[in-house]
Design a protein around this ligand. Structure first.
Ligand code: MN
Length: 249
């Protein structure tokens, strides 16, 4: 049987991860290695200045006191008896859309799989809720996993799926949208008089370009986007040759 590593950034006990594990029954042998608590917006950060504690939580499951990327690194280099055939990250409670994917621990965990040459998908349920229903996203994740186990992804490419809460059953292949949310800073002062802000994001543009991830989920469709590891901009690389002459010592 093929092997899937499941991880996330919402923590090992998160209902979204449990829904994903449940959906994969019979598809593959599932290993879970995930942060012990929520590490949303941890991006691809690593824990380098302190030890990374880990503990077995159940059969084929380990919790890691670290970031999502730490968890994948431990899984691949220490905890799993064999290399997995697929890394699945999620199901995140909340979308990972547009340029906000750069902050996402969910996406970063899949990227870590991709960096290690393993096919990887990040799956998110859009519209963060207190009591989310992961059933549609879980069903989609199972179908996606079956395909990803059969058909290899190109080297250096991972998939990011966003499933809307009210999924109409359709799937759109999309590109990453520009950011349509903006930072919100809520001021406060702690009992010792120290000032702080709470950071959050708020949508400030209602429209998004029709072929993008946001447009798909706003229309009730699943958005599926291939993301590339190599962020080099080929066209500008050529243009930069003009600069090189000025920059050369
Ligand atoms: Mn999260």
């Amino acid at each position: 049987m093929q092997k899937i590593l499941v991880t996330n950034d919402d923590g090992i006990a998160a209902p979204g991860l449990r829904a994903l594990v449940g959906a994969l029954e019979g598809v593959a042998t599932v290993y879970v290695v995930a942060p012990d608590r929520e590490r949303s917006a941890a991006a691809q950060s690593l824990t380098l200045l302190e030890p990374v504690f880990y503990a077995q939580a159940a059969e084929r499951e380990w919790s890691v006191e670290g970031t999502p990327a730490d968890a994948v690194i431990l899984a691949l280099n220490k905890l799993l008896p064999e290399r997995p055939d697929l890394v699945l990250s999620g199901i995140n409670n909340g979308g990972n859309l547009g340029e906000n994917v750069y902050y996402s621990g969910t996406v970063a965990a899949a990227m870590e799989g991709c960096i290690n040459g393993i096919p990887a998908c990040a799956i998110s349920l859009t519209g963060k809720r207190k009591d989310p229903d992961f059933s549609g996203a879980a069903k989609f994740a199972r179908a996606l996993a079956e395909l990803a186990l059969k058909e290899p992804l190109p080297k250096g490419v991972m998939l990011i799926a966003n499933v809307p809460g009210k999924w109409n059953g359709a799937v759109r292949l999309t590109r990453q949208s520009p950011k349509i949310t903006r930072n919100v800073l809520k001021d406060g002062t702690d009992p010792r008089g120290r000032t702080f802000v709470w950071l959050s994001e708020q949508k400030h543009i209602d429209e998004s370009e029709p072929d993008t991830d946001y447009a798909a989920v706003f229309a009730g469709c699943v958005s599926l986007t291939p993301l590339e590891l190599d962020r080099t901009h080929a066209e500008f690389l050529n243009h930069l040759s003009h600069w090189a002459a000025h920059l050369t010592k």
